[in-house]
Design a protein around this ligand. Structure first.
Ligand code: ZN
Length: 425
């Protein structure tokens, strides 16, 4: 059945649209955008007072399947994505087995086709087993549906391996996404190295562990001409280096997570594992630099790094529990709270960070409301108060520091390939 979305504020950065308008979706595709549209037999959705945007893309999630289905599955993760307003998600390869071959890539594509409620795009590993030694079967993974390569979670420490990976990725026209962390500098660390790590008696992860890797990678990106993307950027120096590289004309981009622009280390609840992630929450100056990067265009995309962990894993002592938090359902409300409501960026720019931004890196053929584009639409409110109850999440995991937080505005409905994938009850 066609869908007719009436009277929403339609924001489509790809076509520089921002006006009250109707949207018709038919046969899985955007059929038209304009005033006073009609569509016989269509289901009508009244979007008065709401924003209607191209479906949001999250280019960095962990779905944990295959191998860690107790923490998340492709189905449960995709449902959390739909509830967060995302219509497309790109999943990192650190599953078990690691997605380092066409076989695993095909498995994920097939499971997603059967069980996911949003579009799922697998990211292949850079190296076999993400062990940093031998390159993975990049061509085969691409043929099976991989849209980028990354060893997220386990950085490629060997610079020669990284150089070869970039050369291969360039010839296959795939972006290389790096989790930038020098493992020697960060070894044993739990939180950002600073006053708090000293006060709480925890080992620190210095900002330098990220900066060193970003600088190496930028040198290699220039050498190889690869499309290179910094995952979850978190430090002042990294933002400055990416800004510099972009000014030199390199094909370099970066993403920021909502937790890194919403929180600094000083906002952490002491020894609460829901504040433990990599990179760690940094100092206030780093957070401010990430915010500034979002404002000035250095940051191309907002990505959640949704990292589900079972309660039993996160309930351990702080030093023992794994890194990462879930984030699909709190990304849009945090972007509204931290970026749009205080007037740091426009609503248009925020939509860009969730649509054309990640699309420019991942090239999924999505992120626009142009006629004929896939029927992916995100509808959200901008000021309706609500509070986030993590226990209602479709995710299998509960590791969020934002449980109980009151937001103003958030997802209302998510349409994927022309059908409702989720609506706020
Ligand atoms: Zn990572």
């Amino acid at each position: 059945m066609p869908i007719l979305i009436k009277n929403g504020r339609v924001i489509d950065p790809a076509s520089q649209t921002d006006r009250i308008s109707d949207v018709v979706i038919d046969d899985g595709k955007i059929a038209g955008v304009g005033p006073d549209l009609s569509a016989p037999g269509a289901e009508v959705f009244d979007a008065s007072g709401l924003v209607v945007a191209p479906g949001f893309i999250d280019m960095h999630v962990h779905l944990r399947e295959p191998g860690f289905e107790y923490a998340e599955t492709i189905e449960s993760g995709s449902r959390a994505a739909a509830a967060g307003g995302f219509t497309s998600i790109c999943c990192m390869p650190n599953t078990k087995p690691v997605n380092d071959s066409a076989t695993v890539t095909s498995y994920i594509v097939e499971r997603a086709r059967r069980f996911a409620v949003v579009n799922v795009f697998p990211i292949g590993a850079i190296t076999k087993g993400s062990e940093g030694a031998e390159l993975a079967a990049i061509g085969g993974m691409k043929a099976a549906g991989a849209i980028a390569i990354s060893d997220d979670g386990r950085p490629v420490m060997n610079s020669l391996v990284m150089r070869r990976a970039m050369e291969f990725a360039r010839s296959y026209d795939l972006p290389v996404i790096d989790h930038c962390e020098d493992l020697h500098l960060s070894a044993g660390g739990d939180i950002h190295e600073g006053l708090l790590s000293v006060r709480w008696g925890l080992r620190g992860i210095p900002a330098a562990s990220e900066d060193v890797m970003v600088s190496r990678d930028l040198v290699l990106a220039e050498l190889t001409g690869a499309r290179y993307h910094v995952a979850h950027i978190s430090t002042r120096n990294s933002v400055a280096m990416v800004e510099y590289a972009r000014r030199q004309g390199l094909a370099v981009t970066c993403e920021a997570t909502p937790h890194h622009f919403a929180l600094a280390d000083e906002q952490m609840a002491p020894y609460d594992s829901n504040y433990k992630m990599k990179p760690p929450l940094r100092g206030p100056c780093d957070r401010e630099a990430v915010l500034e990067g979002i404002v000035n265009g250095t940051v191309t995309a907002i990505a959640t790094d949704h990292a589900p962990h079972a309660g039993s894993e996160k309930m351990q002592e702080f030093e023992r529990c794994p890194f990462g938090i879930i984030g699909l359902e709190t990304a849009l409300p945090l972007a509204l709270e931290m970026l749009v409501h205080p007037g740091r960026i426009t609503m248009n720019r925020m939509v860009e960070l969730f649509t054309t931004g990640p699309e420019s890196v991942m090239r999924l053929g999505r992120g626009t409301l142009a006629a004929g584009a896939p029927g992916d639409v995100t509808i959200f409110s901008t000021n309706v108060p609500w509070s986030y109850d993590v226990n209602q999440s479709p995710s299998r995991s509960r590791n969020s520091p934002f449980h109980g937080r009151t937001f103003h505005g958030g997802p209302v409905a998510t349409i994927v390939n022309g059908a409702f994938a989720w609506r706020r009850a």
